[in-house]
Design a protein around this ligand. Structure first.
Ligand code: UDX
Ligand code: ADP
Length: 464
C-alpha cells in the first residue's frame, strides 16, 4: 500500500517539525497538520516564517519551501481525517494532575478524544500512528475504541515514537540514528508497518528503520528517555561530590566519557534536566512498574527524578547561601528560561523551579531569554500556584536587553546554555553590578578563570 495522504493531529513540537520533514522529503504525499488551537495554526500559516509557533534552527526555511505545496496547516480536523490513508497522533500527553495516577501516569484524555473523533468520522480504512510518547499498552486502548465503532472501517495501529531532541529537531529528523516502527504481528499489521517504512525510506537508509512489535516500540521510547535522563542525574550526583572534594566534574566526565563503552554524550553536569519528556516518561515508567507490583524497579527509576529535583533545589540554595544567607530585596539577573538552548520551549525548565525558590526568598528577579517571551514566563510561574499572579509580576521582571538585567544586580545566574551568553561583554556587565559581583554558571558555559580575572565571584557546578 502506498501512502498518498497523511493527516497529523497536533501541531506542536513533535507534529510540526516531523510533518514538515515528511512533506519536504515526500513531495508526492499530501500532509495535513491539524490542531484545535486556532492561534497555533494561524502562527504556522503566518506569512512571516519567523513567527512560527515553535523555534527550531532550520525549520522556518523548510516550512517556507513546503507550505501550501504539499504541507497544509488547518483546524479542519474532520476533513483531514477523512481524506487521510495514514493518521499520526501527536497530541500532548501530560502527567495526570488529578485522580488515579496523579503526578505520575500520563493523561490520555487528549489521545482518547482523538481516537473517538477518528472513529466517528472515518469512512475508509486507516493506519493510525502513535507519535506522542505514550505509556506501554496505549495502542491496545486505542484499538478497542476504534474497533467498536461498528462502521466496518479497519484500523491498523502502529507505534512510531519520535526521538528528535528540541533545538536540533531538523537535523535529528534529517539524519536519525534510527526510526522505530512497532506494529501488530498479523498480515495486515505487517502491511501497515511496511507502508510507514516506505514513507521513511524516502530519505532514511533502510538499515536504520527498525521494526518491532507494538509493545517493544512503546517501551523503547520511555526507556530511551529514562536512560538519557539517568546519565544526567548520574553526573549531577557526582557534581555534588566534586564540589566537596578536589575533583572537577568536567574532568571526570571527560575521563569516563572517553571509555567507548560509556561514550561522551549526556555527561554534562547542569542545574538539572528539563523538557517535556524526561520527567514525564520516567514517572510513567515508575507508574507502570508500580502497577505491576515491581517495587524495586519503580524505586530504581524514581531516584533519577529525586536526584534532579535535588540538583535544582541545591543550585537555588547555593545562591541564597552565597549571598550571605539572604536574597530578600536583592536583584538577581537570570539568564535563560528555556529548558535548553535553541528552543523556545520552557516545559519543566530548571529555571522555573530555581526562580520559584528565589521568589520564595523574596528576591527581585530579572529574566532575559533570547527566545522566550514574558507571557510564557509568567504563565510558567502562575501554573506552579506558589503565589498570586500579581505577586509574580511584582517580584519578577522580564527584559529584552540583557544589559538591563545586570544594572545594580547582586548576582547573575545562567540557567540555559544559550551561545550568545558566551560572547557577552562581561567586563561591562561586571561594572554594572553591585560588588562583590556573584556569577552562578548553572550550565558551565563560561571561561571561569577569565571571569575571575575580571573580578566575578564564580560558582561552578561540580568544582570545589
Ligand atoms: C529528549 C530526548 O533526547 C529525545 O530523544 C526525545 O525525543 C525527547 O526527549 P529533549 O527533551 O528535547 O529530548 O532534549 P535533550 O537534549 O534530551 O535534553 C533534555 C534536558 O537534559 C535538557 O534540559 C538539557 O539541558 C539536559 N541535559 C542534557 C543536561 O543537563 N546535560 C546533558 O549532558 C544533556
Ligand atoms: P508535543 O511536544 O508532544 O508536540 P505540544 O503540546 O507541543 O506537544 O503539541 C500538542 C498539540 O496537540 C497542541 O497544539 C494541542 O492543541 C493539540 N491537540 C490536543 N488535543 C487535540 C485534538 N483532540 N485535536 C487536535 N489537536 C489537539
Amino acid at each position: 500500500m502506498s501512502i498518498k495522504n497523511i493527516c497529523c493531529i497536533g501541531a506542536g513540537y513533535v507534529g510540526g517539525p516531523t510533518m514538515t520533514m515528511i512533506a519536504a522529503k515526500c513531495p508526492d504525499i499530501i500532509v495535513n497538520v491539524v490542531d484545535i488551537n486556532k492561534n497555533r495554526i494561524a502562527a504556522w500559516n503566518d506569512k512571516n516564517v519567523d513567527k512560527l509557533p515553535i523555534y527550531e534552527p532550520g525549520l522556518s526555511d523548510l516550512v517556507a519551501k513546503t507550505r501550501n505545496k504539499n504541507l497544509f496547516f488547518s483546524t479542519e480536523v474532520e476533513q483531514a481525517i477523512q481524506a487521510a490513508d495514514m493518521i499520526f497522533i501527536s497530541v500532548n500527553t501530560p502527567t495526570k494532575t488529578y485522580g488515579v495516577g496523579k503526578g505520575m501516569a500520563a493523561d490520555l484524555k487528549y489521545i482518547e478524544l482523538c481516537a473517538r473523533q477518528i472513529a466517528a468520522v472515518a469512512t475508509t480504512d486507516k493506519i493510525i500512528v502513535e507519535k506522542s510518547t505514550l505509556p506501554v499498552r496505549t495502542a491496545e486502548a486505542l484499538k478497542r475504541i476504534l474497533d467498536n465503532t461498528g462502521n466496518g472501517v479497519n484500523f491498523e495501529i502502529l507505534s512510531n515514537p519520535e526521538f528528535l531532541a528540541e533545538g536540533t529537531a531538523v537535523s535529528d529528523l534529517l539524519n536519525p540514528d534510527r526510526v522505530l516502527i512497532g506494529g501488530e504481528e498479523t498480515e495486515s499489521g505487517r502491511l501497515a508497518q511496511q507502508a510507514l517504512v516506505d514513507v521513511y525510506a524516502n530519505w532514511v537508509p533502510k538499515e536504520r528503520i527498525l521494526t518491532t512489535n507494538v509493545w517493544s516500540s512503546e517501551l523503547s521510547k520511555l526507556t530511551a528517555n529514562a536512560f538519557l535522563a539517568q546519565r544526567v542525574s548520574s553526573i549531577n550526583s557526582l557534581s555534588e561530590l566534586c564540589e566537596v572534594t578536589e575533583a572537577d566534574v568536567g574532568e571526570v566526565a571527560k575521563a569516563i566519557g572517553s571509555d567507548s563503552r560509556i561514550g561522551p554524550k549526556f555527561l554534562k553536569a547542569s542545574v538539572g534536566f528539563g523538557g517535556s519528556c524526561f520527567q514525564k516518561d520516567i514517572l510513567n515508567l515508575v507508574y507502570i512498574a508500580q502497577s505491576y507490583g515491581l517495587k524495586e524497579v519503580a524505586d530504581y527509576w524514581e531516584q533519577v527524578i529525586i536526584m534532579n529535583d535535588h540538583q535544582k533545589r541545591r543550585f537555588a540554595k547555593k545562591i541564597v547561601e552565597t549571598l550571605f544567607n539572604t536574597v530578600s530585596g536583592k536583584k538577581i539577573a537570570v539568564l535563560g528560561w528555556a529548558f535548553k538552548k535553541d528552543t523556545n520551549d520552557t516545559r519543566e525548565s530548571a529555571a522555573i523551579y530555581v526562580v520559584d525558590y528565589l521568589l520564595n526568598e523574596q528576591a527581585e528577579v530579572v529574566v532575559y531569554d533570547p527566545k522566550v517571551n514574558a507571557e510564557q514566563i509568567y504563565a510558567d510561574l502562575d501554573y506552579l500556584n506558589t503565589r498570586s499572579g500579581e505577586d509574580n509580576r511584582k517580584l519578577l521582571n522580564v527584559v529584552n536587553d540583557h544589559q538591563l538585567a545586570f544594572e545594580d544586580s547582586h548576582a547573575a545566574a545562567i540557567l540555559t546554555e544559550w551561545d550568545e551568553f558566551k560572547s557577552f561583554d562581561w567586563n561591562t556587565l561586571y561594572e554594572k553590578m553591585l560588588k562583590p559581583a556573584f556569577l552562578f554558571d548553572g550550565r558551565m558555559i563560561l571561561d571561569h578563570e577569565e571571569l575571575e580575572r575580571i573580578g566575578f565571584e564564580m560558582y561552578t557546578i561540580g568544582r570545589g
